[in-house]
Design a protein around this ligand. Structure first.
Ligand code: FUB
Length: 301
């Protein structure tokens, strides 16, 4: 079994993804904001044995990023790897920072700044520019779904990830915020349906959790179904800000998330865990049982 956490250290907001025959996790380095000046990544052939790749990106490569590098989202496109991240925890449109994008030839980097400036540097519809997820739709179009401060937007990415293309109705940043949304959006498709998931509650406290909605389109409308991930007083608190890994071509799913050990109360003492994600016969997500054991070996062939 992998055990939980799946690797040592304080790491949060994990993005799990498969590249080729390897599982990857890209987390936030969970430390005080001034120390969040780099990111590590982790790779595994089987979900059980994890290898650390240190400092795949840092603020020397991203000149405008000074602190609080958060919540990476990584995609492969045309043989390149693009890592999207939040930086600087901006509080208004006058501060420098927001969501950036970096590029590398390999999943372990080194990642270089793709633009030399943020991709989103301003608040739109009240959404703090953080916590981006990059979603590939059935037709191959990439969308960015992002936002903190209880607002979530979707925007259509240009093919080269240098900006956004307005949608048919003329809007570039379309708000899709469901009830209860705080931050940490994620989307996937199963049996043709769009599953939209997000974090609720305060990330620094025990009640952080994940809820979801299902729709026929990435634009919603998203009606909250309920919580599927939350603390278990016998295991850990503050379970949230997750991602989902599908074993390619199979109906096998894992939730990758962070949580706080029962012995800890400090906000940044968060560790990265994996448990199974299951569905009922109608496609509803079953509440996740958070475990100490983690998941069994699942090599990719
Ligand atoms: O790790 C920094 C921030 O904490 C993330 O961006 C939020 O979603 C929360 O998990």
């Amino acid at each position: 079994m992998s055990g939980n956490p799946v690797f040592p250290g304080w790491y949060a907001d994990p993005e799990g993804i498969v590249f080729g025959k390897t599982y990857w996790i890209y987390p936030t380095y969970s430390a005080p904001y001034e120390q969040q000046v780099f990111m590590d990544a982790f790779s595994s052939p089987d979900l059980v044995t994890w290898t650390k790749h240190s400092r795949i990106i840092d603020t020397t490569a991203i000149k405008w990023a000074k602190r609080a590098m958060w919540a990476p989202a990584v995609v492969e496109k045309g043989g390149k790897y693009y890592l999207f991240f939040g930086a600087n925890d901006i509080q208004n449109d006058k501060e420098m920072g927001g969501i950036g994008v970096a590029v590398a030839d390999k999943p372990a980097g080194p990642f270089k700044d793709h633009l030399g400036k943020p991709l989103i540097a301003q608040f739109h519809n009240g959404a703090q520019p953080i916590d981006q997820f990059v979603f590939k739709d059935k037709d191959g179009q990439y969308y960015m779904i992002y936002g903190g401060w209880r607002h979530c937007n979707i925007a259509k990415l240009k093919d080269d990830f240098t900006g956004f293309t307005p949608m048919a109705d003329g809007t570039t940043f379309k708000e899709i915020t469901p009830k209860g949304y705080v931050e940490g959006p994620f989307m996937f498709i199963r049996n043709g349906k769009y599953y939209f998931m997000w974090s609720e509650g305060g990330w620094g406290g025990p009640n952080y959790s994940v809820a979801y909605a299902v729709a026929d389109s990435p634009f919603g409308p998203f009606e909250r179904v309920g919580k599927i991930l939350q603390q278990d007083p016998t295991v850990a608190t503050g379970a949230g800000h997750h991602s989902v890994i599908q074993v390619p071509g199979k109906d096998e799913w894992y939730i990758v998330y962070h949580r706080r050990p029962l012995t800890e109360t400090k906000a940044n003492h968060r560790e990265t865990c994996i448990d199974e994600l299951r569905f009922d016969e109608n496609g509803a997500i079953l509440p996740v049982k958070i475990t100490v054991e983690g998941v069994p070996k699942r090599p990719l062939r």
